[in-house]
Design a protein around this ligand. Sequence first.
Ligand SMILES: *Cc1c(COP(=O)(O)O)cnc(C)c1O
Ligand SMILES: [Zn+2]
Length: 406
Amino acid sequence: MTFSHLSHLDCARCGRRHDADTVNNLCECGSPLLARYDLAAAGKAVRPADIAGRPPTLWRYHEVLPVREEGRVVSLGEGMTPLLPLAALGQEMGVPGLLMKDDGLIPTGSFKARGAAVGVSRAAELGVTGFAMPSNGNAAAAWAMYGARAGLRSVVAMPEDAPTITRAECAAAGADLFLVRGHIGDAGRMIADLIGRSGGALMDASTLKEPYRIEGKKTMAYEIVEQLGWRCPDVIVYPTGGGVGLIGIHKALAEMRQLGWITGPQPRLVAVQATGCAPVVQAFRAGAREAEPWPQPRTVAFGLTVPKPLGDFLILDALYDTNGTAVAVDDADTLAEQLRCAQLEGAFICPEGAAALAAVRVLRKEGWVGEQDQVVVLNTGAGVKYPETVTVTVPTFDPGDSLPTR
Ligand SMILES: *Cc1c(COP(=O)(O)O)cnc(C)c1O
Ligand SMILES: [Zn+2]
């Protein structure tokens, strides 16, 4: 049995073909590379019904993942997260078919685990012994943890105001961690310089500069479709920083269509950003094919602080191709939605996920989302990773005091 039907890598911009069995970064033209599979063979090797009996991790889609040898899979049990109905919140918004794909329940507490599991597994399989990357925190934490499990050295640089827990995660995993007084773009330039001086010892694992993290993140779409009984929802709403998840979802939908696993209209894809950093929203509104760098990016939804995504043209393609849209949400609305979700649904989601939920409220008011639409919102991380987003004012008592009734 062929574990992976990976065939080659294609440049997303110039179409040039690259060998998938050597370590690759960007194409000569500067564009990200996309993994391609022999989907005709994969479609013969496995059918949706076969997948149902496999273990509940993202590796259940191994035919369309890039790791060639099953024994090279580095897993912490990631994937097959719940697709939760949000009945109360949906009713309040006027979207009774509201669902949340909850990636807060995944190793390391953010969906970056998907990209890290697949990216690290494949890097180790290709003989890589160490990697370096800039990160807004969650990616560094996930790659450090999976890197530790794979026995790889990890070097990460993150803005000093990234969520503090992610520092502890990197340190705990034994990564070389650097804090930068700046944003992820600044950290990226420092990492690129460091890799240049490393004499080939470190693979560049920056967002979209290696082709396999997108393969991990695309499994969100495979899971959503499988969990809906091999059917697509009407709308998928995604909090967009570097946009890897959105690009991956768009790619997975195309693959599933080619495999014959889905038919019918495509889900409309929505990119959600924060008003403090919305380069994709700005470009979408202008009908542009790429984004302008956002000056002084700032938002409580820290994973969205990406001033100029490398894959901007792929994100915008996904939106145009699916009749999607892009929405910017301000931090106050994001934080209010985070509390609303916890109060009505018992789900403590991350601010990025809360921004995506808040966008549904806006799109419903504008009529872009209809009452009959089935809408899937991606919650990309656990609220417990961001304790500072909730202001808590509670009284303290001494033992023996009598506590007030409400
Ligand atoms: C990184 C991150 C995002 C954005 O993901 P991209 O793939 O970079 O668009 C959203 N939410 C959380 C919690 C993240 O860590
Ligand atoms: Zn190219």
